[in-house]
Structure formats: structure tokens, C-alpha cells
Write a protein that binds this ligand. Structure first.
Ligand code: HAM
Length: 420
């Protein structure tokens, strides 16, 4: 029979990997909560139209990467490829803007894109992100970038570069689009097939194409920053001045466009520089999307956010922590005492201790081996004598010291020994 395996590009995360995941998720959560963001969760499946309308028809994601299917009720549904569109949908659906002028949300969870799997690029991957509605910036933009940088510092991820750019608002971008197209059209035949195919629809995409022939042409292209109108320029200057005042390092990268159509003005990306990442060096990315709330039927509302790929950050995290150990391993020295061992384990767990045991029974020796295997610090031996005298024999598995401890004093003693 053919072996069953997980879907290509979709990975299991096993217990030994979880301590690093949890540390990352907890650091993210603690950081954004210190900045006033509140957690929200949206469904993993949304109406396909949500992503087509927000992410944009001529993007890689919508053109070829979405997991779209028709359900039994003939509705076109899509596994979410990112979190921003769902947040905007939820923001509008629940009239969050009417309750508070500024809304700050964060989220974590799996996203789905049918990309070609590679190191750091998966078909199911996890993102943690934030979205902020109701503040036009640029102070907020700078504060978000600074928040990201300090979170990475707390995690020990130091070898990174922050890239910023401005895509301007609609007017500036339209003028830029025309200038870029005028530059690219005569070079059309030298572009990659993919860029040629969507040149008129989205010429900006050539700028972040990975194809070497496109990159060469992009080098000489006009720069969006030369096309910003006065208000866009003031915004970008404000962002830079605030980042300078905060002491947040960054580099202006006029070719940064990112692969989603909803961005306006501020755009940013943090790239890792170590070799661990390979070609997928974008640790996180985000930007402003001041038009999306309005385009999805809501009142015009400025918005900004970012999302980071957890797998990518994990690739550059220094040394993951050891798994949480078991405090004590309960051992019945006779098979008929297994019930009593269970009661003892239950009582100690109620005191907040991490207790394991081997309810299959077995010899004392094999149970002690098992205690070692699960990383228990202590073994608690329960035999006929201990039961009769209301004791437990406590054995320190590090120095092998042994002592009788009355049941009533056991939990407190263990907590003291573990310095908790
Ligand atoms: P994005 O740049 O498409 O932006 O994705 C954000 C991050 O998710 C990337 O920087 C990367 O770390 C990770 N990522 C993306 N695709 C994959 C993949 N196939 N495998 C592993 N990791 C991946 C967004 O998704 C926007 N929603 C960000 C945003 C929020 N903009 C405004 N608000």
C-alpha cells in the first residue's frame, strides 16, 4: 500500500520543535500587547472574491497560488493566503471603526499559498501579524517598524536589514506607472516571459521579479521616489525623521514594491542577512494600505500592518531552548499499586507540578529508565510500605539521593527543590 504522507509543502511541527515556536509566539504576543494590540482570529477559509478584490488580480498570489475550491453549496472559497484581507473584512463586518477611532489587532495562524516549495517557502506556513486602522501616520508607521526591530532584538535575531520605500498614493503611483511603462515597453523583448505577459497590467511587478534579465532592466528604471506628490513626500520625510529620532536603522530601497497590490505610501521589509535563509530572506513585510477599507465597501480609513513568517524567523533564531522537563515521575513498585500511583500523580498535578508515570507498569528498573528518558528530575516510588505509612520515597535522579517524605508535605518539598 502506498504510504500516506503530508501534502507537499505542508509540514508537521513535532514536539521537539515546539519550544522554539512557543518562545517566538510568546515574544511576538508580549511585544505587540505592550504596544496595545489585541488578538483576533478569523476563519481559515473566506469567499474567494475577498482576496481577488484586495490582493489584486495581477498578483502572483491571486493568479496562481491560491487554494480555491467550490463547496457543496456552489460557493467559491479560498484558503487564506494572508491575513490582511480577512482583518479588513472583519473590521467592516463588526463595525470596529464605529467603536473606536483607532483599532489595533494582531493575529497568528496558518496561511496557504501554492508556491514552489523550497527552503523557507512552504504551501502551509505560519504568520504572525498586526493591522492598525484609523491613523494616517507617519509616526505610527515608524513606531511599527521600531516595534518589529525591538522584537527581533529581544529574540536575538540581530543580523537583519530594514528596507523602506514609499509607493505614494494613487495619483503619484499612476504617474510613476506611466513613466515606468514608457521605460519598459521598448525593452519588452528582453524581459522574462512572465513579466512580458503582465507588463501592461502591473509594470511595478518587474521591479521585484527574481528573474536575472528583469533585475538587470530594473536597475535602470525610473524611481518611484522621484514621482511622489507633495503630501506623499511629506509623509515619507516624516517616517524617516521619526525613525532617525527613534534610532531605528533602515535603508531606503526604491525598488522595494512587494507582491501585493493593496499598498500605498509606506512599505517596509526586514531581510535576514545570514546564510541560513537561502533565497527566501524576507523575514517579514508590511506597509500602508489606505485605500483597501474603502474599496471593500467601508468608509475611507487609513491602515497599516505587517506579517512575519514564523518558519523564516525560526531559521535564524539562536539556539532553541530545551523542552520543558517533567518535574517528577511516579513509579508503582508493584503492578497492583498502579491505581494509587495514579491518585498520587493526579494530586500532585493539581498542585501545579508536571507529573508523568508509566501506567503500563513494568519492572522498577524499566520505569526508572523511562523516568530518565522523559527528562524527569525526581522519581516518586510508591510500594506497600510507603502506602501503609502514608509516605513516598523521593529519589533525586541527578544525585540519586533518596528520602522518605510524608504525602502531605510532598508537593511543597518538590516545589522548594525545583525552586518554584
Ligand atoms: P507577505 O510579504 O506576502 O505579506 O508575507 C509576509 C511574510 O510571510 C513574508 O515576509 C515571509 O516571511 C512569510 N511568507 C510569505 N510566503 C511564505 C511562504 N510561502 N512560506 C513561508 N513563509 C512565507 C503579507 O502577507 C501581508 N499580509 C503583510 C501585511 C500585513 N501587510 C500589511 N499588513
Amino acid at each position: 500500500m502506498q504510504k500516506l504522507r503530508s501534502v507537499k509543502g505542508m509540514n508537521d511541527i513535532l514536539p521537539e520543535q515546539m519550544p522554539a515556536w512557543r518562545r517566538l509566539e510568546e515574544t511576538f504576543r508580549a511585544t505587540v500587547e505592550r504596544h496595545g494590540y489585541q488578538e483576533m482570529r478569523s476563519p481559515i477559509v473566506e469567499p474567494t472574491a475577498l482576496f481577488v478584490r484586495s490582493i489584486g488580480e495581477a498578483t502572483d498570489i491571486v493568479e496562481k497560488e491560491m487554494y480555491t475550491f467550490t463547496d457543496k453549496g456552489d460557493h467559491s472559497l479560498t484558503l487564506r493566503p494572508e491575513g490582511t484581507a480577512s482583518c479588513v473584512r472583519a473590521y467592516l463586518q463588526h463595525s470596529a471603526g464605529e467603536r473606536s477611532p483607532v483599532t489595533k489587532w494582531f493575529y497568528m495562524g496558518p496561511m496557504f499559498r501554492r508556491e514552489r516549495p523550497a527552503k523557507g517557502r512552504y504551501r502551509q506556513f505560519y504568520q504572525a501579524g498586526v493591522e492598525l486602522y484609523g491613523d494616517p501616520g507617519p509616526y505610527t508607521d515608524a513606531e511599527m517598524i521600531d516595534m518589529v526591530v525591538s522584537m527581533l532584538r529581544d529574540l536575538g535575531v540581530l543580523d537583519v536589514e530594514v528596507l523602506i520605500n514609499s509607493l505614494g498614493s494613487e495619483g503619484s503611483r499612476e504617474r510613476y506607472r506611466e513613466a515606468l511603462l514608457a521605460y519598459l515597453l521598448p525593452l519588452r523583448d528582453s524581459l522574462s516571459a512572465e513579466s512580458q505577459a503582465r507588463l501592461e497590467r502591473s509594470p511595478l511587478r518587474v521591479l521585484d521579479s527574481k528573474a536575472p534579465e528583469d533585475q538587470e532592466i530594473a536597475e535602470g528604471a525610473p524611481r518611484i521616489l522621484d514621482f511622489l506628490d507633495e503630501a506623499d513626500q511629506t509623509h515619507f520625510d516624516g517616517l524617516r525623521a521619526t525613525l532617525d529620532a527613534l534610532g531605528t536603522p533602515y535603508r531606503v530601497e526604491p525598488r522595494l514594491v512587494r507582491g501585493l497590490d493593496y499598498y500605498t505610501r509606506t512599505l517596509f521589509e526586514v531581510q535576514g542577512r545570514g546564510s541560513a535563509l537561502g533565497a527566501q530572506n524576507a523575514l517579514l513585510g508590511g506597509g500602508r494600505y489606505d485605500a483597501m477599507v474603502g474599496e471593500l465597501g467601508g468608509p475611507s480609513t487609513p491602515a497599516i500592518g505587517f506579517a512575519m513568517g514564523l518558519e523564516r524567523i525560526l531559521m535564524v533564531l539562536p539556539e532553541a531552548e530545551a523542552p520543558a522537563p517533567i518535574d517528577a515521575f511516579v513509579i508503582a513498585t508493584r503492578p497492583e499499586l498502579r491505581l494509587e500511583a495514579s491518585v498520587l500523580a493526579r494530586d500532585l498535578r493539581r498542585e501545579g507540578l508536571r507529573i508523568d508515570g508509566d501506567l503500563r507498569g513494568g519492572s522498577l528498573k524499566s520505569q526508572l529508565r523511562r523516568a530518565d528518558k522523559v527528562g524527569a528530575r525526581l522519581a516518586l516510588l510508591l510500594g506497600p510500605r510507603e502506602l501503609e505509612e502514608g509516605l513516598v520515597q523521593l529519589k533525586d535522579l541527578r544525585d540519586k539521593a533518596q528520602q522518605d517524605v510524608p504525602r502531605a508535605e510532598l508537593a511543597a518539598l518538590i516545589l522548594r527543590m525545583l525552586e518554584r
